[in-house]
Design a protein around this ligand. Structure first.
Ligand SMILES: [Zn+2]
Length: 532
């Protein structure tokens, strides 16, 4: 099978100068890229697809997201605004969802924001009971930091009137102090995980039409050809493996196996599209919930210093053990106190002068201030971070970090320090759209229009590199993906405009015309590759 793609602008992201306007694909790999005439001459019998001046970039890579969660929410009733402008519309969508939800699973909706609803408030348990009486129903807030439960779901979750707020979370209550159905933070996270894993067990997650395939199609439509799943467990790995065997994966999945599940998931490269070579550890809480472990205290609720899950010695022993067994270690660390602890652990384990051969990572790295960044650079630590947080969560960061907000996610400083930074979304916490991340890495504008650390903006090319060459490096795949070069896999995206020449503001509006994985289209908005 030979295919020539031409009449396009090729943004190769290769280290050398950009070549010409033709690319030859043979057996799923890039066989040649260069002047169109030379490429055609190299394969006189090849099929030729002319792209009408569109732009071809390397397949985009999300170095940290939650693929199964994306699939789980993709199957839920869309209760987002403006699609569902008021509570009556949400009720109608939940009623429809109830008809197609199998017994034993909870009726599920997602995507609402109370401040966008006509009523300007969360729906209540009573309103969910009107739509879905007699069986459990859950409606997730778009932030995934809150949800609403109906009466049956409250009962099944074991939540009752008069019960105090649980640790790390809260219940909404009506005027008489009864539960109104809204659940915030920690108990919401636990419910989400329980519901997800129950549905994985019941609903053929890895089968045709299952949630793994649904997630893959969503990501392919955004131009993503590879993703690190930052929450791989026994059951989700089994679902990925089933989908892989059935040819249903639309991305190359690089699993970060949750540390206490390592015994339950085989390590290694299982196929060209599924690998589990990394382990995931959480060092602290989150930025938007103000539970990231910091020095000092937050000036906003809950007013603490955040949560550190492991003391330095315990974390060091875990890192030492996984490193010795050949795993790449990826540690969630957001606050400066957590990042310091993680760097202490890495420094204790990595042999002086030997660099960081397993490419141990910090996930997020929000408050990695200059002295910490210098240490990370000296140790060769890779950072998987989320530029898209800036526009979606940035105003909350500015409130929580009034003195150091400009130093959060300081991509330009990290790059100057010599750190390899990989781009990612943490979806479904925010959208998985990498074009939004690229825009935010350049502009750093929050939802309210504030510039958070304007000096930390990247060039468009460096912003694109986060999601291509650098993300490939972060998963040990730079020899295979991340740039368009002869010998590499034919993973690429066809865009209607060149993101390196667009106004940064316009980048999220660039259309993904096609996403191609190993020479095979996995998404086509137009019939670009006829018959494929
Ligand atoms: Zn995450």
């Amino acid at each position: 099978m030979e295919l020539v793609v031409e009449d396009a602008v090729f943004v190769t992201m290769a280290a050398e100068a950009e070549p010409g306007a033709g690319m030859l694909i043979r057996d799923g790999r890039i066989a040649d890229i260069g002047p169109a005439g030379a490429v055609r001459a190299a394969a006189p019998g090849a099929e030729v697809v002319r792209l009408g001046g569109a732009t071809v970039i390397p397949g985009l890579i999300d170095a940290h997201c939650h693929v199964t969660d994306i699939g789980y929410l993709a199957a839920a009733a869309d209760c987002s605004q403006p699609a569902a402008p008021d509570i009556a519309a949400i009720q109608a969508r939940l009623r429809e969802a109830a008809e197609r939800t199998p017994d034993g699973s909870w009726v599920t909706g997602g995507g609402y924001a109370e401040y966008k609803l006509r009523e300007g408030r969360h729906p209540t348990r009573a309103e969910l009971d009107q739509a879905v009486p007699g069986r459990p129903a859950v409606l997730y807030h778009t932030s995934l930091h809150a949800c609403v439960l109906n009466g049956a779901a409250l009962r099944e979750a074991g939540f009752a009137d008069g019960q105090p707020d649980p640790a790390g979370g809260a219940f909404g209550r009506d005027g008489q102090g009864r539960l109104d159905g809204v659940v915030y933070e920690a108990p919401m996270f636990a419910l989400f995980a329980q519901n997800l894993h129950r549905d994985i067990a019941r609903m053929g997650a890895g089968a045709d039409g299952g949630l793994i395939q649904a997630a893959g199609q969503r990501l392919a439509a955004l131009g993503l050809t590879a993703a690190c799943d930052a929450d791989m467990r026994r059951d989700t790995f089994a679902a990925f493996a089933e989908a892989d065997a059935g040819g249903l994966l639309s991305q190359r999945i690089y699993g970060l196996v949750v540390h206490d599940q390592v015994g339950a998931v085989r390590p290694g490269r299982h196929s060209g599209q599924l690998a589990t070579e990394a382990v995931k550890i959480w060092a602290d809480g989150g930025m938007s919930s103000r539970t990231a472990a910091i020095h000092g205290t937050y000036p906003v609720p809950p007013h603490g210093s955040g949560i550190l899950y492991f003391e330095r010695d315990e974390l060091t022993e875990m890192v030492r053990d996984f490193d010795a067994r050949g795993w790449q270690v990826c540690i969630h660390a957001q606050g400066d106190r957590a990042i310091e602890t993680v760097l202490d652990a890495y420094a204790a384990v990595l042999a002086p002068g030997a660099g960081n051969p397993r490419r141990h990572r910090i996930e997020h790295g929000g408050a990695m201030y200059p002295p910490l960044a210098a240490r990370a650079a000296a140790l060769g630590i890779v950072v998987a971070s989320q530029p898209g947080f800036l526009s979606t969560l940035g105003d909350g960061f500015a409130a929580a970090f009034p003195d150091t907000g400009d130093q959060l996610y300081s991509f330009a400083s990290w790059q100057r320090a010599g750190i390899t930074v990989a781009g990612s979304s943490d979806a479904p916490v925010i959208t998985a759209d990498p074009l939004i991340g690229i825009r935010d890495a350049i502009l750093r504008r929050t939802g309210d229009g504030r510039l958070l650390g304007p000096a930390e903006g990247l060039s468009a090319r460096d912003a694109l590199a986060l999601y291509t060459t650098r993300a490939a490096f972060a998963c040990h795949r730079e020899g295979e993906i991340g740039s368009l070069e002869p010998g590499k896999l034919a993973d690429f995206v066809v865009l209607d405009k060149n993101p390196l020449e667009a106004e940064p503001e316009q980048i999220p509006g660039i259309a993904v015309l096609a996403t191609v994985l190993g020479g095979t289209p996995v998404h086509q908005a137009a019939d670009i590759f006829p018959g494929r």
